[in-house]
Structure formats: structure tokens, C-alpha cells
Design a protein around this ligand. Sequence first.
Ligand SMILES: Cc1cc2nc3c(=O)[nH]c(=O)nc-3n(C[C@H](O)[C@H](O)[C@H](O)COP(=O)(O)O)c2cc1C
Length: 398
Amino acid sequence: MLAGKRILLIVGGGIAAFKSLDLIRRLRERGATVTPVLTKASEEFVTPLSTSALAGQKVYRDLFDLTDEAEMGHIELSRAANLVVVAPATADLMAKMTAGLANDLASTLLMATDKRVLIAPAMNVRMWEHPATQRNLATLQGDGILTVGPDVGDMACGEHGPGRMSEPLAIVDAVEAALADGPLKGKHVLVTSGPTHEPIDPVRYIANRSSGAQGTAIARSLAALGADVTFITGPADVSPPSGVKVVKVQTAREMKDAVDAALPADAAVFAAAVADWRVENASGSKMKKDGSGKAPALEFAENPDILAGVSQLKKGRPKLVVGFAAETDDVEANATAKRKRKGCDWIVANDVSPETGIMGGSENAVSVISDQGTEVWPRLSKDQVAAKLAKRIAGALA
Ligand SMILES: Cc1cc2nc3c(=O)[nH]c(=O)nc-3n(C[C@H](O)[C@H](O)[C@H](O)COP(=O)(O)O)c2cc1C
């Protein structure tokens, strides 16, 4: 429910702007007050009159409208809300946000706000996949901008692929997650997820079968309980959850740097399958067969142990550090030993032998090992494991 919550909704000039009218309706159904802001381009797609009628509010359109400044200045407008939502977020608005431009009302509000910002990108698939948009997305996620979508599907322009704005109800869910008043409100929780890629040369790498599904589900569940989540992910198969700060990395060393930069945290959950070793003699250019029939010899160096490093911090250690142990033999014994060796509080142990179908699958069967002993959980969906773990974390931080 969003009773009493104020949403500043910036509507960008995209074909999906018509869906924002439904979004206004859905947000209001849940009790939110919606203050709409139209960009000049968006008025080509929706009218101020229909937007205002659905919002039951004045529509803001112009930075230099003196009446508006007298009634409510742009700074106040940007801060009176509990959350700023940009839907549709055009390629243009994303670029402006990345660059820090403030040359119209929408972009100025986005620069001036002290509230969290959630964007729902929507654009043609080529525009979405353009390196500039992908660069901007990474920067915005790194800045803590929350994202929802886009979805994959048929587009108004006749093409198919990613770029469709998320459906209004999915955006409402992301708004609710961003404003959640759960038991973890005010707590910062760090979650790592996915595999790491360790380069052999510019085109080859060593990876593992982690899909990132479990870590993603945990981050989503923690956010749903109100946590302020920093989600540090390797190249995963699944999209990051909405409503969290996303930091994308490739290698174990990049993941360590991202974790260090994200601290302090109240709790840290290390669900990523981090490579133990990296190729020490990785080549700066593509390795080629030289006709001698001799294969290259790869030399390995040990990667930093992120879990042990954070668990053993003398200063600024999170109150709760949770590690994961993916084992194929003697799961409980190995995981119990790992907890001691690393110095973390809990180990979530799972059997990733191929016959379990866990690695890359949708279910998980875990045991949670702590100083209280071992708790064996039944086989559950990864979402259910995540929800149960998030609840346990909330209990430990209470
Ligand atoms: C028919 C039409 C549809 C458009 N749809 C989109 C869209 O879905 N996403 C997008 O990023 N830009 C779209 N554009 C381009 C934007 O309208 C244009 O970049 C504009 O400058 C965006 O302004 P704004 O970001 O201030 O709203 C479309 C343009 C036209 C003419």
C-alpha cells in the first residue's frame, strides 16, 4: 500500500507515455498522491488535461513559469515527494541524468531532488542497446538510481526486443519496494551475486555456472523488507532486481573493490560464486595457435578472499556477515569448517552436484550454519529461500 506517499512522476516523451496515465491510476488506487511533470516532448503523446484529470492534481510543465515558482519552487517540488519516478524514461532523459544536465523542468528536478529516483526506461530496441544508453544505464545504476524494466516484447515501432516500458503494475511493485516500510528500513545491506569472469585474453575468460538467481532473489527480498540494498553482481543470467543500487563487475578483484567502496553496511550477504583463481599471465592481445601444436600454459594466482576479508575486518565489520558454500561433497562438514575458517556469522550451504539441478536451476535446498548449529531447510524455490533468509536477517539486525 502507498497510503500517504507522494510520488513526483516525470513523464518523458516516448510512445509509452500513454501507459503512464494508467500508472497514475494504479498509484492512486493504492493511496498515493501523484504530482505529474510533463516534458515538452511528452505533450506530443499525452495532454496536460488528461494527465491532470487522472492525477487530480495540477500538472507541472515549465521551469520558468513564474506562477509555479511563486506557488511551489522547483527545489521544493523536487523534495516534497517521497519518491521521484520517471516513466517513460527516454534515452534523452537518461543521457541528461547521466551528464547532470538541468536545462528544463524535468532534468532540473532530477538534479535538485534529495529523494530516491526510480526510472522505467522505454525506447526502441536499437536505442536501448546503443552503447551510449548502456553506458548511461551503468552510470545511473552506480549513482543509486533505481530501475524497473525495460521488458522484452513487440514494440510500437514494429521491432522486437528489449525496450518496452514495464507494465504499470510492475512499476507500482517497484515503487512499493522502493518505499517499503519493513523491518529493515534504515539498514544498509550489501549483497554480492553471480559468477565472476577471469580473463585469459581479451576474448576468453574462466567462469562458472552461477546464474545469479539466488543472489538476485535475496537482494529483492531484502529490499521488499525495506533495506537499502547495494547489489554487486558479476555477469549473471538474470536481470538485477528493481529498487536496489546495482554495481556491475566482471572479475573477483573488481568485486572486492566494489564491496570495499560500498561499506559500511549493517549486513553483508556474499552469494556470488567468486573465482578462487585468476590467470596471472593473461594476455593483453588475443592468443593464437602458433602451428607448433603446443598449448599455452596458464599460470594461476589466488584471488582475494572477499568473504574472509570482510568477516575479519577489525573496524567497520558489518554486524552480520553471511557467506555461501557451494559444495559437492560432505556439504555440512565442509560448510561448517568454512564458517570457522572465514570468520563469518552464518554460512548458507548448498549441494551443487549436477544431479541436484541447483546451480542454474530455480530451486535450492540449503542448510544455514551458525553458532547456534545447523538448520536444515526443505527444498524450496530460490525466491522462497530468499524470503526466509531475508526474514532471518531482519531478525538478527532487530
Ligand atoms: C513518434 C515518436 C516516438 C518516440 N518514442 C520514443 C521512445 O519510446 N523512447 C525514447 O527514448 N524516445 C522516443 N522518441 C524520441 C523522443 O521524443 C526525443 O528524444 C525527445 O527529445 C525526448 O524528450 P524528453 O526526454 O525531454 O521527453 C520518440 C519520438 C517520436 C517522434
